[in-house]
Write a protein that binds this ligand. Structure first.
Ligand code: SF4
Length: 382
């Protein structure tokens, strides 16, 4: 397919399918000047790379952020190179496309907290503008061997992500958040995320404790979003909102019910496909239209089924959000292919109609690594 090199949203979409090669020169140039990946959630790059030296995100023109998913030189037409004048550039088939940069390293990363830990072990930035608290760095489903087949949380937290803190305690979260807001005025959103707790209600209550303390110290205008497994007691949703939470997501990952059962066996046995929809309906009553999201892993089901999912969600006033599939080493789907460019463009166009037709906003308008929600909202796919 023909690539529009003047459209950075399109470039991102194609790179999400093709991945990128980081040249030796670029790796030296990048060093620790930019935000390295802290791996609080998963890892999508192979051990053969020095994982600590890879920046978490690159920045395309027009402030478009994209996760750095690497391939070897002969496996992708895209590469990151350094020009003779020292400019880091994106190349396609050996020709320079555009100057690029990387997400700046957060000023709070190396500051110490009162528990003796570095702030970066408790909190990170995800995208340029979102403070991220990945509390509870484990998921019950890795214990029961029912983890989602694309997920690498368990193994990542056992190796490259092992020095991230498992449980962020509220007083430390408060201290770290105060530090982050002071050091990084660019922060616009806070993202709370966790692996699944064996007790769905306790899992939610633990998140509530964090949201309460962080929202209390957040500057005015900062929005707070929670990605979580839904509670059994849906009355907890109103309590969650009262903590200062603006939006919430429950991720079905795939819309097709049979695929859901196959790909997310823990979600099926611990809650069940049908119950997710009850949770969506209740969440919309509490948070309102446009503030409840359903996350999909883009590329795991036929496009027709994904579109059916969009229609069903729209009927319920729920906003679809897609993270594009990447085969994480050591996940069950480590050998599965990424979605094709054609698939990504077709899904992005369908989502564009929904977002623009209903005035929906992406979860993080500043953009994230593996999603095109922001680029769709910014009309790169009309
Ligand atoms: S619920 Fe699934 S995607 Fe989420 S952390 Fe657990 S295994 Fe990973």
């Amino acid at each position: 397919m023909k690539i529009d090199f003047n459209n950075p949203g399109h470039i991102k979409a194609v790179i999400l399918s093709d991945c990128i090669y980081l040249s030796e020169e670029a790796r030296k140039e990048v060093g620790l000047k930019y935000a390295e990946n802290r791996y609080p959630y998963g890892r999508s790059n192979n051990e053969s790379w020095d994982l600590r030296s890879i920046p978490s995100e690159l920045l395309l023109p027009e402030d478009i952020v994209i996760g750095v998913h690497l391939k070897n030189k002969n496996e992708t037409p895209w590469s990151i190179e350094v020009s003779k004048s020292g400019q880091v550039e994106l190349h396609f088939e050996g020709k320079s496309v555009t100057p690029i940069s990387f997400s700046p390293r957060p000023n709070f990363f190396d500051k110490k907290l009162s528990n003796g830990k570095l702030a970066q072990q408790e909190i990170v930035l995800y995208g340029k503008y979102s403070l991220s608290l990945f509390n509870r760095g484990w998921c019950y489903f890795f214990g029961t061997k029912e983890q989602c087949k694309f997920c690498s949380l368990g193994t990542t937290r056992d190796d490259i992500g092992a020095d991230n803190i498992f449980n962020i305690f509220p007083p430390i979260a408060e201290e770290a958040a105060i530090m982050a807001f002071k050091e990084e005025p660019r922060i616009k959103h806070v993202d709370y995320c966790a692996g699944t707790h064996p007790d769905n209600n306790i899992g939610i209550k633990q998140q509530m404790d964090l949201i309460k303390v962080v929202s209390k110290v957040a500057p005015r205008g900062i929005t707070h979003h929670l990605l979580t497994f839904p509670p059994d007691d849906l009355n907890l949703l109103a309590e969650l909102k009262a903590t200062g939470l603006n939006s919430i997501a429950f991720n079905l990952e795939v819309f097709d019910e049979n695929l859901f059962k196959e790909i997310c066996p823990g979600k099926q046995s611990h809650y069940g496909y049908g119950k997710f929809f009850k949770a969506f309906d209740e969440a919309v009553k509490v948070f309102g239209k446009g503030n409840v999201y359903c996350g999909f892993v883009g590329g795991l089901e036929p496009i027709k089924s994904l579109r059916k999912g969009f229609d069903e969600l729209l009927k319920r006033d729920v906003v679809p959000s897609i993270n594009w599939f990447h085969p994480d080493p050591e996940s069950d789907y480590k050998n599965k292919a990424r979605p094709s460019k054609e698939y990504i463009f077709e899904a992005a166009k369908a989502m564009s109609d929904i977002y623009l037709g209903n005035n929906f906003q992406p979860i993080f308008p500043g953009g994230t690594r593996n999603s095109l929600d922001t680029e769709i909202w910014r009309e790169y796919f009309v």
